[in-house]
Design a protein around this ligand. Structure first.
Ligand SMILES: Cc1cc2nc3c(=O)[nH]c(=O)nc-3n(C[C@H](O)[C@H](O)[C@H](O)COP(=O)(O)O)c2cc1C
Length: 283
């Protein structure tokens, strides 16, 4: 597909479409990120996963290195992004010094303001519909509206978007781009375990739940998962944060099957290129 839909975000990061892949710890691969970038979006990898350059790298603050480590990564990445910690000017500076743009995913307007003051080039506003770790307490429509008036830099919207219709709705609310995680977990390029993919394809939005259960090494950070996985983990006592990845040497049914509330729209496992084309199809 060669359509171009230019927004402040796509102009900033240099892609054709206002779509960002969510970096996904445990299942986000270079292959997935590169496929999204090749299709016109911004591919993202979790820190520690090497990618071929035209992608961004995401750091989870509880596990992030100091400025020197950020600076090294920023030398080879287009975008360096942070999540789940107070915006930190020194880390943003380190990203800029390395030649990368800097972003911060936030859950509230005051956090967005702090990220902009710390020097970020864009903000991701995350609603509680999101799969994975959830930072704030507001629905996407609310947090997006508040963040948009709080900051001047481009705002990406995240949480529960898995269909072309919802994607277009969120863009119409004034987002400069939409960030999508759960739907891409089911693409063959992701590193997700087949049982996790099958569970996502079978689930609908009511089958997710916000919990603090999968908290080993990362306490006090609510996350949205499939209820079925949580129920099994309560039986087995499994608390690890890593989602079921391909090749894991245990039965994955009680592992953290992160899923957003848009999971009901995820009904087929399609290559990332086709998912991108589908999501932007109504723009
Ligand atoms: C499996 C999975 C892993 C995730 N890991 C990360 C991560 O490492 N860093 C991060 O910033 N966000 C992570 N997230 C959250 C996303 O950034 C984003 O907010 C979320 O995927 C948006 O909601 P959606 O999943 O409904 O599209 C993850 C989400 C999922 C589903």
């Amino acid at each position: 597909m060669s359509t171009t839909t230019s927004t402040r975000f796509s102009d900033l990061v240099g892609c054709r479409l206002p779509l960002q892949l969510a970096a996904m710890g445990g299942v986000g691969t270079a292959e997935l990120a590169e496929a999204v970038s090749a299709a016109g979006g911004l591919g993202m990898v979790p820190s520690g996963v090497a990618s071929a350059g035209e992608c961004g790298v995401n750091f989870l603050m509880p596990f992030a290195p100091g400025p020197d480590g950020i600076h090294e990564v920023a030398k080879t990445a287009r975008v360096v992004e942070f999540f789940y910690g107070d915006p930190d000017r020194n880390l943003v500076r380190a990203a800029h010094r390395g030649g990368a743009l800097a972003g911060w995913q936030v859950g509230a307007a005051d956090e967005a303001r702090a990220a902009e003051e710390a020097g970020c080039d864009y903000i991701v506003a995350q609603g509680i519909e999101a799969g994975g770790h959830v930072r704030g307490h507001q629905l996407l429509a609310e947090v997006l509206a508040e963040v948009r008036v709080a900051v001047r830099v481009p705002v990406v919207a995240a949480g529960g978007v898995a269909s072309a219709r919802r994607f277009a709705e969120v863009m119409a609310m004034g987002a400069d781009a939409v960030r999508v995680g759960t739907r891409f977990v089911t693409s063959p390029e992701s590193g997700a375990h087949p049982d996790y993919v099958a569970a996502l394809l079978a689930a609908d939005g009511d089958d997710t739940v916000l919990t603090g259960w999968f908290n080993e090494g990362w306490p006090d950070a609510p996350h949205r998962v499939l209820r079925s996985a949580l129920e099994r983990a309560r039986d087995s006592g499994w608390h690890a944060t890593v989602p079921p990845y391909r090749g894991v040497e245990r039965s994955p049914g009680d592992m953290a099957m992160y899923a957003g509330q848009g999971v009901g729209d995820v009904i087929a496992s399609l290559p990332a290129r086709e998912v991108v084309a589908d999501l932007v199809g109504l723009l």
